[in-house]
Design a protein around this ligand. Structure first.
Ligand code: ATP
Ligand code: ATP
Ligand code: MG
Ligand code: MG
Lengths: 268, 268
């Protein structure tokens, strides 16, 4: 069985790609076979890892059944494989809207390769469209990267509702693992207030007698990923922060989160 | 004639909403009748200004012709009117995909009210889908809010290509006004490198004999908007930074940019 995680948040620029790349790299570095799927037409996860577009079939061709996931997955680092995004993905939402079973294209396409991977991380675009729905239909759980800002907080309700809809429909096992705080600036009053809001929301959801929701056992993951310019610099070299600045706070924060994910999984 | 500006960038979280709200508020405070159109299903510009959803017809109803722009525009501050976004907008991209002339729904719908406004600012979602295309078809010019980061820089080419397509098709007068640097941290090497890349790109585009493109007279606007937590705090009070923290750097940066836009317009 694989732990398939969708990194999703319709709010833009909250750290989805940075989190997908670094959780996948951290878990792979711990010796766990890991697949990263770039489901964003911006192809930023593909770019971040320095992958050459065109060296293998794109995720668009995997979605449409034109190529096998087996052939699209390429090894990029030890234990880390990628199914890359290319410019063809931008047309997917419009082109595939009328496909029968359009929501489970990804889930069906990757099923044959899952046995090879212990962890699968899916990067999503900043929207709740067909690509994100495909990621939710294929995943066991959702981690929502989030900046502790007011505007980002507003979208959490809609994010959870979307997960609930998918869990009630095509993917009953889907759960919300929790929130990953990104670009975190602990000292501001704003971030303290937003985090307090999130913590109290999830505490209530976990309470005895609360409704059974997909986020019933969700939490705010620790540590928060602190704002660290090394995380913004490393993609320009096609490197992870572990390769670019292994002593940076960004490296230690994501390494600790990767260890948590592996420990949780081993305990399941 | 109205100066209709689309604030657009498919990269998420670069400061589109914050820039739309504050340029509109700054220009309105200078006595220029201004309309802000929230074309993002997240409805963050609407939220930022403290507007009550449902108090007037939504932009979705204006797009579909179900309501007149005249009735949807509501006064929110002196000289500042809003056509608000609501949750119904999320379905627009899928629902309206088959409409004839779907790209110019917004342009046709707002034409009757333009004579009342000297400036119109349109906030876009983080994508290049139908809503953003409608904003580009209705606008005279594009301002692209941008963070001086590597990943954000990657999307500029695609952004310009999209503008070129619209200018070659439904909206020949569309021009790129330039880049608005947001959340700017001048001291980092990364931001200096990204800004230098942008400046040299636009200098070459302006050069004698360079191809005539919609970005031929584009530039990086000054001042850059510095990172300033007051800009992230003010939306939680439904206020602009001019109301919330008038002495903050965010207020002076956006006020200066507003003055530039008005001076440019008066000189045209
Ligand atoms: N902890 C951090 N500290 C500093 N910069 C960061 C951090 N995390 C991400 N960044 C930078 O912030 C920007 C936004 O992050 P990222 O692109 O990962 O967000 P995203 O949610 O994937 O955006 P989109 O919605 O466009 O897909 C990027 O330029 C990235 O390099
Ligand atoms: N100059 C600034 N300094 C500090 N925070 C800022 C600044 N500008 C914007 N912000 C904050 O950064 C976050 C992203 O900005 P904003 O939401 O305006 O970007 P956007 O491009 O509209 O995002 P989306 O792609 O989701 O529409 C918000 O929480 C906002 O409050
Ligand atoms: Mg991303
Ligand atoms: Mg926005």
């Amino acid at each position: 069985v694989s732990r398939v995680i969708a990194l999703m948040n319709q709010k833009g620029g909250v750290g989805k790609t940075t989190t997908t790349v670094h959780l996948a790299a951290a878990v792979a570095a711990m010796g766990r076979p890991t697949l990263l799927i770039d489901l964003d037409p911006q192809a930023h996860a593909t770019l971040h890892l320095g992958a050459t577009p065109g060296a293998a079939p794109s995720v668009y061709r995997v979605l449409t059944g034109d190529a096998r996931a087996e052939d699209a997955a390429r090894p990029l680092r030890s234990n880390l494989w990628l199914i890359a995004s290319e410019t063809d993905l931008a047309a997917a939402e419009a082109e595939l809207a009328a496909e029968p079973h359009r929501e489970t294209m990804l889930a069906r396409a990757i099923a044959p390769v899952l046995p090879r991977f212990e962890f699968v991380f899916i990067d999503c675009p900043p929207s709740l469209g067909l690509l994100t729905v495909n990621a939710l239909a294929a995943a066991r759980e959702v981690l929502a990267p989030m900046q502790a800002h007011f505007l980002a907080l507003q979208g959490v309700g809609k994010l959870l509702e979307t997960v609930r809809l998918i869990a009630a429909g095509v993917n009953p096992r889907l759960r919300v693992g929790g929130i990953i705080l990104c670009m975190h600036e602990d000292s501001t009053r704003l971030s303290k207030e937003v985090v307090a809001d999130l913590e109290s929301f999830f505490t209530q959801a976990r309470a005895e007698g609360a409704e059974d929701t997909p986020w019933k056992s969700a939490r705010v993951y620790r540590p928060a990923v602190r704002r660290n310019v090394k995380l913004a610099e490393c993609p320009s070299f096609g490197q992870t922060v572990f390769e670019y600045a292994p002593a940076a706070s960004g490296a230690s924060d994501y390494r600790a989160l990767g260890e948590t994910l592996v420990k949780e999984w081993d305990a399941m």
